[in-house]
Write a protein that binds this ligand. Sequence first.
Ligand code: GRG
Length: 295
Amino acid sequence: MKNDLKQSLKERIALIDKSLHAYVCKKDNAQSVVYEAMEYSLFAGGKRLRPVLMTEMCRICGGSLEEVMPFACAMEMIHTYSLIHDDLPAMDNDNLRRGMPTSHIKFGEANAILAGDALLNRAFEVATEYSGDTPARALRAVHMLAVSSGTEGMIGGQVIDLSSEGREISVDELRNLHILKTSAIIRSACSIGALIGGASEEEMSAADTFAVNLGTAFQIRDDILDVIGDERELGKPIGSDAEQLKNTYVSLLGLERSKQLVEEYSDKAKAALEIFGDRADFLRELTDYLIIRNN
Ligand code: GRG
């Protein structure tokens, strides 16, 4: 990663983490184990991609960090809950994530389920604490959060993913699956950022085109890493998609075509940023980095 991008990301992530710490911290009460499990997964070393995208989209559309931060934190809590539940024995049954024992390994299955549920609730508590000057926008943002992570979004994608294990699906079906499972919350991260930033309809549409293409490139890179990644850098075993008979871009189209597609989708993502001019340089660099990332 280029040094400038690394430094810039570090600074943004530090601000996001500071807010997340303020919203989720251990409590010394009868339910402390669930607070501990929430904190454990929230601060286990995630890339903070979705809050970074949201805060940056807000900035380039003219909004303030202060106003968007509760939504960015809510989004990261939703993402973290989805990973905790995705790792459960009833779903992917993974023991390691980001190089650390998964929540159910560390805290037991019941507490992991509750920690995921609690993060989802906390996300909506935080997002609805809004007291700014544009409550109508905030209400629309809360709706976007809910829809994108629900049955017509991330949960819907997970349902299709689980039900298609062990049988081959078409590339179109796979694309639809990932538009729901992976891109839906990346899209709402960008849309909420643009909305809170006061974007025009044209900018809203550009933010969405950017996000849907970035989400697809990101997912294909994820599929590639499950085949050629380094376990230590990835923080989890490779080969799990094949082991679970999952459909991936690599299993359907092969490694080389998948690599080409990552390039094609990231080019489309960057083309959508044109409307924002130089202000979108950070997002361009971030896109370039995400498609060569190793974790
Ligand atoms: C259980 C409701 C429910 C949904 C699960 C998000 C998800 C749906 C499953 C996680 C598995 C997976 C490979 C999802 C695809 C999206 C993806 C690559 C998630 C990982 O996101 P990163 O790389 O994670 O941003 P970090 O660890 O950096 O936060």
